[in-house]
Design a binder for this molecule. Structure first.
Ligand SMILES: C[S@@+](CC[C@H](N)C(=O)[O-])C[C@H]1O[C@@H](n2cnc3c(N)ncnc32)[C@H](O)[C@@H]1O
Length: 181
């Protein structure tokens, strides 16, 4: 496989630049992408993705780019794809398992209707709070129920709640049926 100039660049050159552009991130995780050309990816970002990016998401991306773990973030193109999928399926209730600074969380929150909800889970609240001002500025913080801690126990509780809920509904259903018989 050919090695591109950016892949061969020293690690310090692969840090995100001051504009928070994600050329760097793609260089580091480029093989996760279907695109094998960094230049083509950058062209798509510059001409199609960044011009459509809401201001709040741009701000959050730029804050995240300065964070030492920025490799973890959702990229701007992934964020827009996620936003589109949520609108297409008309989702109202979503879960975010692993928030980091909240780029995909904000993409989701912006796509959801006004009464949409996100159950967001992360073991690290500090990183979530780094991006929170951008989420608040975007006016979508009310859709987010953030739970600090491992996701698994929260999901276990949720399953238990659903089972209890189903049990309650089936009792109601049985009552309804017996009242008609
Ligand atoms: C790849 S990052 C998530 C990226 C994020 N969706 C975004 O758009 O930037 C993974 C996140 O999962 C969190 N995490 C790791 N283990 C976890 C667990 N057991 N439960 C909840 N969150 C966890 C990490 O703290 C980290 O913030």
């Amino acid at each position: 496989m050919a090695t591109t100039a950016t892949e061969a660049a020293p690690a310090q050159e692969q840090q995100a630049n001051g504009n928070g552009e994600q050329k760097t991130r793609h260089s580091e995780v480029g093989h996760k992408s279907l695109l094998k050309s960094d230049d083509l990816y950058q062209y798509i970002l510059d001409t199609s993705v960044y011009p459509r990016e809401p201001e709040s998401m741009k701000e959050l991306r730029e804050i995240t780019a300065k964070h030492p773990w920025n490799l973890m973030t959702t990229s701007a193109d992934e964020g827009q794809f996620l936003n589109m999928l949520i609108k297409l399926i008309g989702a109202k209730k979503t879960m975010e398992i692993g928030v980091y600074t909240g780029y995909s969380l904000l993409a989701t929150a912006l796509a959801l209707p006004e009464d949409g909800t996100i159950l967001a889970m992360d073991i690290n609240r500090e990183n979530y709070e780094l991006g929170l001002p951008c989420i608040e500025k975007a006016g979508v913080a009310h859709k987010i129920d953030f739970r600090e801690g491992p996701a698994l126990p929260v999901l276990d509780d949720l399953i238990a709640e659903v089972r209890n809920g189903q049990a309650a509904r089936s009792v109601l259903l049985r009552l309804y049926r017996s009242s008609r018989s």
